[in-house]
Design a protein around this ligand. Structure first.
Ligand code: AN7
Length: 350
C-alpha cells in the first residue's frame, strides 16, 4: 500500500482534467486543514467558526491550487516560459512550480511593496525578478501585453486554469464539513479567489448541497469594489491585497449578489489586530491580508449581522512567515539580558 497522498489534481480529476490528461508536476498542494476555532469563535461570538488554513500549501499560500494546473498545462502545451505580475504570493508560487517543471519564470513586481518572505521564495527558486516603479495593476497590464505575443504563458488568474484549480478549496471545505458552510469569508484583492470559491460551491451544489453567502473583505485603502470604481493609488499594510483595479471584478460582484453576500472594507488596524488575535487564540500565524476575512466577520458578528450558530468558514489565504515585518511593536521584548539564571528568572517574572 502506498502512503503517498493523492495529488490535488488527481483527487478532483473528474471535475478538472481533460480526457486522458496527465499531470506531471505536483508539490503536494491542497489538503489544507479546516480548523474549528473554539477560542477565537468564543471571543467573536460564533459557536461554529472554522479556519481554512491555506498557509500549509507548499509555497505557503492558496495560489498553489491554481498554479499547479496552470503550470502543468503550460508545460504540456510546449510553453517556453511563464510570466506573472504579483503582489508576492503568485510570484512565489509561479517560481516554485516553474522550477519543478523546468521552465523559466519571469515575475513583475511592485518595487518596495512585496513582503520579504515572498521575495526570498521567488529569488531562491531562480525566477527572473523585474521590479517596477508602479503598483500591481500597472504590472498586470504589462503582463497582459506580454502574453499576447506568445513569448511566455501568463500564469496570473486571467489564465482560466488558475481559477479552475482554486475551486478545489471549496470542494475540500464541503467534503470536510459534509455540507457547505452558511457563510464563507475571505480577503479580496484581484478578486480571483472569491470568484473561484463561488464557482466551486456551485459545482458541488449540483450534488444537492446548499450554497454559502460569500463575504469578501478589501482593505480600506484598496477597496475598489466597495467604492464602485478603481483606486488609482491603493495603499494598505496588507500588501497582498494592495490592488486598485481587480481583474475578476465582475466575478466578485456576481459571487456577492448571487449568494446574497457582501463585499465590505476593513481598516489596517482591524487587520493587524485580528492577525494577532488569530495566532494568540488559535496558534495559527497568517499574513495580514489573510486576517481581513476574520476581521470582517468579527465586525459582522458584533453588529448582529451573523447569527451565533451559523457555520462560518474564514479562509486564511497565506502564511504569516511570508511577512515577518508586519509583526512590529514587540521588539522591546527582544533586548538581550545576561545569560544568568537569576536575571532570567527575574525577566520571566515567575
Ligand atoms: C495572502 O500574489 O494578487 O482576490 O499577486 O496573496 O484572488 O487576488 C495575491 C492575492 C488574498 C487576494 N490573500 O486574492 C498576488 C496576489 C493573499 C494573497 C489575496 C492574495 P485574490
Amino acid at each position: 500500500m502506498s502512503l503517498a497522498p493523492i495529488p490535488l489534481l488527481d483527487r478532483y480529476r473528474d471535475i478538472l482534467a481533460r480526457d486522458d490528461e496527465r499531470f506531471a508536476v505536483t508539490l503536494g498542494e491542497g489538503g489544507t486543514p479546516l480548523i474549528h476555532a473554539n477560542r477565537l469563535g468564543e471571543e467573536i461570538g460564533l459557536a461554529n467558526l472554522h479556519l481554512k488554513f491555506e498557509g500549509t500549501n507548499p509555497t505557503g499560500s492558496f495560489k498553489d491550487r491554481g498554479m499547479v494546473l496552470a503550470v502543468n498545462r503550460a508545460l504540456a502545451s510546449g510553453a517556453r516560459a511563464v510570466v506573472c505580475a504579483s503582489t508576492g504570493n503568485t510570484s512565489a508560487s509561479a517560481a516554485a512550480y516553474a522550477a519543478a517543471a523546468g521552465l523559466p519564470c519571469y515575475v513583475i513586481l511592485p518595487a518596495g511593496k512585496v513582503a520579504r518572505g515572498k521575495l526570498a521564495q521567488a529569488l531562491a527558486a531562480g525566477a527572473r525578478m523585474i521590479m517596477v516603479d508602479g503598483n500591481f495593476d500597472a504590472a498586470l497590464e504589462a503582463v497582459r501585453r506580454i502574453g499576447e505575443d506568445g513569448s511566455a504563458v501568463v500564469v496570473n488568474s486571467i489564465n482560466p486554469d488558475r481559477l479552475e484549480g482554486q475551486q478545489t478549496a471549496a470542494f475540500e471545505i464541503v467534503d470536510a464539513l459534509g455540507r457547505a458552510p452558511d457563510a464563507l469569508a475571505l480577503p479580496v484583492g484581484n478578486a480571483g479567489n472569491i470568484t473561484a470559491y463561488w464557482r466551486g460551491f456551485r459545482r458541488y451544489a449540483a450534488d444537492g448541497h446548499r450554497l454559502p453567502r460569500m463575504l469578501g473583505f478589501q482593505a480600506e485603502g484598496a477597496a475598489p469594489i466597495v467604492r464602485g470604481e478603481p483606486v488609482a493609488e491603493p495603499e494598505t499594510v496588507a500588501t497582498a491585497i494592495r490592488i486598485g483595479n481587480p481583474a475578476s471584478w465582475d466575478g466578485a460582484v456576481a459571487a456577492r449578489d448571487q449568494s446574497g453576500g457582501l463585499i465590505e472594507a476593513v481598516s489596517d488596524d482591524e487587520i493587524l489586530e485580528t492577525q494577532r488575535r488569530i495566532v494568540q487564540l488559535e496558534g495559527i500565524f497568517c499574513e495580514p491580508a489573510s486576517a481581513a476575512g476574520v476581521a470582517g466577520v468579527r465586525r459582522l458578528a458584533r453588529e448582529g449581522r451573523i447569527d451565533s450558530r451559523e457555520v462560518v468558514v474564514c479562509v486564511l489565504t497565506g502564511h504569516g512567515l511570508k511577512d515577518p515585518d508586519a509583526i512590529q511593536g514587540e521588539e522591546g521584548t527582544l533586548t538581550p539580558i545576561a545569560a544568568e539564571l537569576g536575571a532570567i528568572r527575574a525577566a520571566m517574572g515567575l
